[in-house]
Design a protein around this ligand. Structure first.
Ligand SMILES: Nc1nc2c(ncn2[C@@H]2O[C@H](COP(=O)(O)OP(=O)(O)OP(=O)(O)O)[C@@H](O)[C@H]2O)c(=O)[nH]1
Ligand SMILES: [Mg+2]
Length: 321
């Protein structure tokens, strides 16, 4: 689907919601006029209207680290800048779940970051979103790609803390250091727990929300991602990479977090094979070529038989960066 088609569909969806909101408003006025609405009904209508107003179409990008999730987002949303604005590099890069959307109420571009220490609070991310005082906000100057790029670097920032502090924050996983006989004295943890990026791209302005998730067990360490954000996303893009093939951790991610979404929804999941340029292919390749590319990947460690076949082979990396 091209961008204009998606834009039209998103606009249609917004229109459909606006019609429902109008109908519910009329219904509420009618109930009031004939004195038929009690407190419970009124509360339910208010809740229904509030969820219609806040409803967005969310697509989560999920994959092991370095499969190219962020590069794909750069290619879709920031190609006009001719450079990658969201940090993307070999190895582990994105450190916190990052939501890309447009804040129509504030009508401003910004990056808003939730400190990792808020994990000690009882309030979840959904609740904390209503409390701006807990977040650090940097306005984005859209006329300066340098300024935007520099602000967006925050999503890869880490801090080194004592083992005790990492355990206290629930950020130490001994499985990440399988070759150590003794635990480390310090641990590198993400600086931020969550990032919100408000950016006026046309698709985001129409109500699309993109959730970029960090690879490397982030889904396991942030329960809210697994329990709340992923299940409530309307779509999941599961990314494999041709240079890695299907590894044990790709498969674990699939089994532990995506398979359930796939089973419960039956739709809304797309599996793509990125980095097809590394096996000499280009966009638009046939299913047979995709299969060949998965099978011929340099380090196949797990059978891809348990995964749905990628529907497309893509190359996220722009030629201009
Ligand atoms: N050759 C090639 N490299 C790519 C492609 N897509 C991404 N890359 C590179 O792969 C590396 C990892 O990409 P990222 O976008 O940072 O990967 P990620 O999935 O977001 O990784 P995490 O943030 O660590 O979870 C970067 O160096 C990208 O430039 C592609 O289509 N082809
Ligand atoms: Mg990333």
């Amino acid at each position: 689907m091209n961008q204009t088609a998606l834009e039209n569909q998103l606009r249609g969806y917004e229109q459909w919601k606006a019609n429902i909101i109008r109908t519910v408003d009329d219904y509420r006025a009618w109930l009031k006029k004939f004195k038929l609405a009690g407190a419970v009904t009124d509360k339910r209508i208010t809740e229904c209207l509030s969820s219609l107003h806040s409803d967005r179409l969310t697509i989560a990008f999920v994959a092991e680290f370095s499969r190219g999730k962020t590069e794909l987002i750069n290619a879709i949303f920031f190609a006009d800048y001719g450079r990658r604005l969201l940090p993307s590099s070999a190895g582990r890069t994105t450190m916190c779940p990052t939501e890309l959307f447009y804040d129509r109420q504030a009508d401003q571009a910004y990056v808003r970051l939730l400190p990792i220490e808020t994990r000690l609070q009882e309030a979840g991310i959904r609740e904390l979103k209503k409390k701006p005082a807990h977040w650090v906000t940097y306005p984005l100057n859209l006329d300066s790609a340098d300024q935007v790029e520099s602000c967006l670097q925050e999503v890869i920032q880490t801090r080194t803390v004592s083992l005790k502090e990492a355990v206290r924050l629930g950020m130490y996983d001994p499985n990440q250091h399988p070759h150590r006989s003794t635990p480390p004295t310090t641990v590198e943890i993400p600086k931020w727990r969550h990032a919100l990026i408000s950016f006026p791209h046309v698709l985001l302005k129409e109500g699309l929300v993109i959730l970029d998730t960090p690879g490397l067990n982030a889904l396991g360490s942030e329960p809210e991602l697994t329990l709340n954000m992923l299940p409530s996303a309307q779509g999941v893009l599961f990314v494999l990479a041709a240079d890695a093939g299907v590894t044990r951790t790709d498969l674990e991610l699939w089994q532990n977090h995506i398979k359930g979404f796939h089973t419960s929804r039956k739709r809304g999941l797309v599996v793509v094979l990125n980095k097809v340029d590394t096996c000499g292919m280009s966009y638009g390749m046939s299913h047979r070529s995709i299969k060949r590319c998965v099978n011929s990947a340099k380090r196949p460690q797990a059978s891809s038989a348990y995964l749905p076949r990628p529907s497309s082979g893509i190359c996220a990396k722009g030629t201009s960066w």
